[in-house]
Design a protein around this ligand. Structure first.
Ligand SMILES: C[S@@+](CC[C@H](N)C(=O)[O-])C[C@H]1O[C@@H](n2cnc3c(N)ncnc32)[C@H](O)[C@@H]1O
Length: 200
């Protein structure tokens, strides 16, 4: 088990990209709030040895780059709807030499997810506020035992928050696996009873 400092050191190479995201948001006046716990996110992805990762909410590439460094084989599909963010993300990812490890898909989350097959080891939601419908789609794209890392739960509308609370309490579907970003981002393990080995 590596120490928190190990992960902090590993994400330090992406710190300029995080700073660029903050600067971009100030000038663009958009909602590209950068994720505040890159080291925690990397620790989760590394602990699971995630090689196939889906991210919702690329902004200009910061967390996609971090996730791509989970293992030597990791590939990240990341989805972003703002064309200006997509162009910046692709440039940033190329400049870091990660363009073979990260694919930036342009479009709305649902439209792009409809074209992806998965299964993914890990899905990271970092859009503006999760919905029960989005979580259901992410669940379908995760492999049994895969991990959903769900950010911005506090930004979901009150009705969605209630629906999500009910969904995540379904122990036959999810197991709370931990939290990062000071508790603002929760991890849920996908339980799939249909995939468990039958006893004879
Ligand atoms: C919080 S930012 C992502 C920050 C990024 N993960 C990081 O840490 O730097 C959310 C991004 O999701 C994008 N977004 C929000 N809703 C979307 C949707 N329905 N479809 C596609 N992109 C969306 C926004 O344009 C924004 O760039």
């Amino acid at each position: 088990m590596s120490s928190p400092q190990t992960y902090a050191d590993a994400v330090a190479r992406f710190a300029p990209l995080q700073a660029a995201t903050r600067s971009h948001r100030r000038h663009h006046g958009c909602n590209a709030y950068t994720f505040e716990d890159g080291a925690g996110l990397l620790a989760i992805a590394r602990a699971d040895r995630a090689t196939t990762i889906l991210e919702l909410g690329t902004a200009i590439g910061y967390t996609a780059c971090i996730l791509s460094s989970a293992t030597d084989q990791t590939h990240v599909d990341t989805i972003e709807g703002d064309p200006e963010h997509v162009a910046l993300a692709r440039n940033n990812i190329r400049d870091l030499g990660l363009d073979e490890r990260v694919t930036v898909h342009t479009g709305d989350f649902f439209e792009v997810m409809a074209e992806l097959n998965g299964p993914y080891d890990l899905a990271f939601f970092d859009g503006l506020g999760p919905t029960a419908r989005l979580v259901e789609k992410l669940r379908n794209l995760l492999r049994p035992g895969g991990l959903l890392v769900c950010g911005n739960l506090a930004h979901a509308g009150s009705t969605e928050r209630r629906s999500l609370a009910v969904e995540f309490e379904r122990s036959e579907r999810w197991q709370l696996a931990g939290s990062i970003e000071g508790g603002g981002t929760l991890e849920f393990r996908k339980i799939d009873p249909a995939a468990s080995t039958p006893t004879t």
